[in-house]
Design a protein around this ligand. Structure first.
Ligand SMILES: [Zn+2]
Ligand SMILES: [Zn+2]
Length: 225
C-alpha cells in the first residue's frame, strides 16, 4: 500500500510518515489529574456539571486529547478521506491511554453506526480502531455486541438534557455476548458523554458488569465541532 500511495503527514503534508514526529508532538494529552474523574472533561478539576446532574452509565471515560488542531485534522482524514492506514497510527494513542488505565476488560466493542450511515461511509472508523486496539492488547473484539436501533440527530447545539433524550434508547446489546463481562467501548470522538452513556446503559441492561469507554479525542466546547 505504501508503495502505491506513499504516506504523507496528516498534519503538515510532509512525505514519509502518516503523522510526523513534530506534528505528533503537537498533540497534547489531556491532563487526567485535572479533568472530570468520571468523564475526563478537561480542566474542570472535579466532577463536571453534566456528571453532577446525571452520572453517565459508563464507569469511566478517558480520551487521549482534545478534538482540535492536528488530531482533529487526522481524524477527519481517517474518516472522510478513507485513510485507513492512518487508523493504525492514531490507534497507538489509544493503546498507550488504555495501558495507563489498568482496567480489567473482557471484551472490546465499538460504538456502532446506523446501517444507513455504514452504507454511506463503507466502514465504521470506531470498529477499525477497536479492532486494532484489541489485537494490540490481546483482548477479544466484538462488532455484534452492540447495535444502533435508530438514527439520531447531531448532538451539536443541544443542552445536556436534550443530548440525553436524543440518544435515549438508540442502542441495544446482545445479552449472550456481554452478560457478566466488563466491556470497553471505543469511539473516535466523544462529542458529549451522552452517546457513550446510552451505549453503556444498553450494555448494562443486557447484563454487562462494568463499562469503560475510551476515545481518541474529546470535544470541549460543543459549538466548536
Ligand atoms: Zn507533520
Ligand atoms: Zn464529567
Amino acid at each position: 500500500m505504501d508503495w502505491l500511495y506513499p504516506p504523507s503527514c496528516a498534519g503538515c503534508g510532509k512525505n514519509g510518515e502518516r503523522l510526523c514526529t513534530s506534528c505528533l508532538q503537537q498533540i497534547i494529552p489531556i491532563d487526567h489529574q485535572r479533568a472530570c474523574p468520571h468523564c475526563d472533561l478537561p480542566e474542570v478539576g472535579h466532577l463536571c456539571p453534566d456528571c453532577q446532574s446525571q452520572t453517565p452509565a459508563f464507569d469511566q471515560l478517558r480520551s487521549f486529547s482534545k478534538y482540535e488542531g492536528i488530531l482533529r485534522q487526522s481524524i477527519h482524514r481517517m474518516k472522510y478521506e478513507n485513510d485507513l492506514p492512518l487508523a493504525d497510527t492514531l490507534c497507538r494513542m489509544l493503546i498507550s491511554l488504555f495501558i495507563q488505565q489498568n482496567w480489567q476488560v473482557d471484551l472490546i466493542c465499538p460504538v456502532p453506526l446506523s446501517p444507513q450511515r455504514l452504507r454511506q461511509r463503507g466502514y465504521n472508523q470506531s470498529a477499525l480502531l477497536a479492532q486494532i486496539l484489541g489485537w494490540a492488547v490481546s483482548i477479544p473484539f466484538n462488532n455484534k455486541a452492540l447495535s444502533r436501533i435508530r438514527e439520531t440527530r447531531t448532538q451539536v447545539g443541544l443542552n445536556a438534557e436534550q443530548r440525553r433524550a436524543n440518544v435515549q434508547g438508540a442502542f441495544t446489546a446482545q445479552s449472550k455476548i456481554v452478560k457478566h463481562k466488563t466491556i470497553l467501548l471505543v469511539d473516535d470522538i466523544a462529542t458529549t458523554s451522552a452517546t457513550l452513556s446510552a451505549c453503556a446503559e444498553a450494555l448494562k441492561a443486557a447484563g454487562a458488569v462494568k463499562v469503560y469507554a475510551i476515545t481518541l479525542a474529546r470535544t470541549v466546547h460543543l459549538d466548536s465541532s
